[in-house]
Design a binder for this molecule. Sequence first.
Ligand SMILES: [Zn+2]
Length: 232
Amino acid sequence: MIVTASLLLSHLTSEVSKDSLRQTLTHLSTYPTRNTNTPELEKAAEWVASEFKKIPGLRVELMRYDVKKGRRVVADKSVVQVVATLPGESDKKVIVGGHLDTINLTGDPMTAIAPGINDDGSGVALTLECARILSQKRWRNTLVFVAFSGEEQGLFGSGALAEKAQKESWKIEAMLNNDTVGASQGPGKLKDKKRVRLYSEESTDHNSRELARFIEWETRGKIKGFSPWLVF
Ligand SMILES: [Zn+2]
């Protein structure tokens, strides 16, 4: 059992393509901004959807939701985000996502430059790459890949998806959110190529902390030179 999981993990990680990650980031860097208020966000979402559509087996949806004028939102608006589903043997869902929208906190929301390649183009590139690799195999759980919007305005996109999930009675096993991954430098000028910070919170409503511990345990010693670092 351990050998199988170990082989599977090393096979999956060996499939990760630097070129394909770079390609996504290079394309995302061509939008001067992907602020949720701007038309560029829509264009970027359509592009991400078209990339998901190239992957066999994925059902791709441009999901719409409304935001109200307020903090960091210049006017009432219908906003789009991308949800791509890989059906599994069961309807239990594992969600993987990153946020497509970006922000420049010092400039005009509509025009200030905000390519957001670290935050969070990196999370979107990872999500697309996960979809590309994981779609090559059939899984027990249904996998849902999401490029969120409205994150910088107050997690509006993930809120809208949570509402949809509740309305449709989704059975969610886990949600893995990826924000600013593979950054060359972390807080306190920390540089560490060998670990990924895995954040979780203590809660009576869900098992986030247990999920983090499970991921650390399942991957311990199985990915050469790389491991999760639990941040509570
Ligand atoms: Zn972010």
